[in-house]
Design a protein. Structure first.
Length: 183
């Protein structure tokens, strides 16, 4: 039989195979030890580099804190106080767009507005306009009174004028109302 060593006994052959098997086990254990050692070393190197980066950032923060002088901090606090005051006033401010949008929904298309005034201190709106009759003025007054945006509505001035003969008379009216702020 080719490849069979007849001069070697079975006991010697099994001892040789056991020896080579235990050597393979030793190599595997040694390889695992080296792999563990390499991973541990990599983790240590990584932690060391992160520690250096963190130390560098902490130094930068310390330098920036030291560079802040009392005057700079006071300037920042002053600007912040002014900004909060401006924002507070902005919340309390009434914008004409809101008022005009509310008026748009209430003004009847048959009436022609000729003047608009708004008193910011008292939230009072004064409207001047023209209508073709007293009925249109009354309808306009009722439109303001029925709207939740306006209160204390009254006609402060009303007059009739006739431009040409044969032309229908034009009623000039002035309505004063208070604006109810919607917040």
């Amino acid at each position: 039989m080719p490849g069979v060593n007849l001069s070697q006994s079975i006991v010697e052959k099994s001892a040789y195979q056991a020896k080579s098997g235990s050597e393979k086990g030793r190599l595997v254990v040694f390889g695992l030890f080296l792999l563990t050692l390499a991973v541990w070393g990599g983790v240590r190197v990584g932690m060391s580099s992160y520690d250096k980066k963190i130390t560098g950032v902490e130094q930068q923060i310390t330098e920036k804190k030291a560079s802040f002088e009392g005057g700079v901090v006071n300037d920042i606090a002053d600007v912040d106080a002014r900004l909060s005051l401006i924002n507070q006033e902005k919340v309390n401010q009434i914008y004409p767009k809101t008022i005009l949008t509310g008026l748009e929904g209430v003004i009847l298309p048959t009436n022609l507005l000729t003047d608009f005034e708004y008193d910011f201190e008292n939230n009072v709106i004064t409207l001047k306009g023209e209508a073709f009759g007293y009925k249109e003025v009354a309808q306009q007054l009722m439109a303001f009174k029925s709207s939740p945006l306006f209160s204390h509505t009254f006609v402060s001035n009303i007059s009739q004028k006739k431009d040409e003969e044969g032309a229908p008379p034009v009623i000039n009216f002035q309505i004063t109302t208070a604006w109810n702020e919607q917040k």
